[in-house]
Design a protein around this ligand. Structure first.
Ligand SMILES: NC(=O)c1ccc[n+]([C@@H]2O[C@H](COP(=O)([O-])OP(=O)(O)OC[C@H]3O[C@@H](n4cnc5c(N)ncnc54)[C@H](OP(=O)(O)O)[C@@H]3O)[C@@H](O)[C@H]2O)c1
Length: 337
């Protein structure tokens, strides 16, 4: 293989997992302010399959300008291979992690042996974990961080006009996390525990032991009980499932409480005002700085990334098929030889 080509997963048309092709592609070159990374592992996230499908339910004027062939993927753990002349924070040989170009490009070409991205998207890889676990952190970890701990930027969100301002969490706070076993949910649970909150985890029954081991104080199996009927006087619901059914959680909140739907749904401002509750959300953004803070929590053992399953890069199709079966516990990760 020439030194200027690499193996990557590309799609030449939108569709099911079968459109993911493992093939040769040019090695990207770092532009100004960018870093070239030799990828060791890639975290898989819902936007990877939204992009693969071509976002059929999104109105054309809101669709990102995807150019085919497209290399999907946003989350990497790897080793710096080269840096642009104007980059000072990283050098060749550094182990790094990143959520790449999100949401500016929505896909950061991570399903590949090499990838470039702005240096500001990267942080040092937490030394205590391997590349597989580190690659599971970026998008899910930053989503949990920006929803629960600190938004950390003033970019407007496509989902709401006002900026998302997380409520303070402490020992007197009860947080319900719906979809607690998934990528965002299991990390959000651990961040809420780190802040001292009491956590009610909602998931299907097979995840109970896993979630209690992560610190859940209470567990609701949504296949047996409706969480919106069982939970009351909650300060905060982080709904990591979100969507049209998210509104049912309003009745679980005490006055002054908040609902954070991670996937957009429809809410009625008048109803929220009558109940005395706030519904607020954001869209995750790349941030090397915040990833570095999360990395410290991984190094300290305060937070851990759970791995649902791994697949070699060449088998990205099987990874997407696994994702489509649902019930993910932690993260699906691609390994890059
Ligand atoms: N706003 C943003 O910027 C942002 C950022 C990241 C992700 N998201 C969105 O957040 C959502 C979650 O992402 P993710 O990466 O965490 O997905 P994921 O890893 O696939 O996790 C989804 C989890 O939800 C659980 N689940 C499914 N149906 C459920 C239900 N009815 N009640 C409770 N739990 C249920 C699944 O397991 P069980 O069914 O077995 O419990 C699974 O563990 C996606 O829609 C994604 O697009 C938004």
């Amino acid at each position: 293989m020439s030194t200027h080509t690499m193996r990557a997963i590309r799609l030449h048309e939108f569709g099911g997992p079968e459109v993911l092709r493992y093939e040769e592609a040019p090695v990207p070159e770092p532009g100004p302010g960018e870093v070239l990374v030799r990828v060791h592992a890639v975290g898989v996230n819902p936007p990877d399959w939204y992009a693969r499908e071509g976002m059929p339910n999104v109105p054309p004027e809101l669709k990102p300008p995807f150019h085919l062939p497209l290399i999907p993927g946003t989350d990497v753990s790897g080793v710096v291979a080269a840096v642009a002349a104007d980059v000072s924070g990283f050098a060749a040989g550094d182990e790094v992690i990143g959520l790449l170009r999100f949401p500016t490009a929505l896909q950061g070409s991570a399903y590949a042996e090499y990838v470039t991205a702005p240096a500001s998207d990267f942080a040092r890889k937490p030394a205590a974990v391997d590349h597989v676990h580190a690659a599971g952190l970026p998008m899910s970890g930053l989503t949990a961080w920006q929803f629960l701990i600190e938004l950390g930027h003033d970019h407007p969100s496509p989902f709401q006009e006002a900026p998302h301002r997380p409520m303070a969490l402490g020992s007197g706070t009860t947080v319900l996390i719906n979809g607690a076993a998934g990528g965002v949910g299991h990390l959000a649970l651990q961040l809420a525990k780190w802040k001292g909150a009491r956590v009610i985890a909602v998931a299907s029954g097979a995840h109970e032991t896993f979630l209690r081991e992560l610190g859940a104080d209470e567990f609701i199996d949504y296949t047996k009980d409706r969480p919106e009927e069982v939970a009351r006087d909650v300060d905060l619901v982080l709904d990591a499932v979100g969507g049209p059914h998210s509104r049912r959680f309003l009745r679980t909140l005490k006055r002054g409480g908040s609902l954070y739907p991670v996937y957009f749904g429809e809410f009625d401002d008048e109803e929220n005002a009558k109940l005395g509750v706030t519904v607020t959300a954001t869209q995750v953004r790349s941030s090397g700085e915040q990833l570095a803070e999360l990395g410290l929590l991984l190094d300290a053992g305060t937070v851990r990334v759970a791995v649902d399953s791994t697949f070699p890069l060449a088998e990205a199709r099987a990874a997407h098929e696994r994702a489509s079966r649902g019930h993910i516990q932690g993260k699906i990760v691609l390994t890059v030889a």
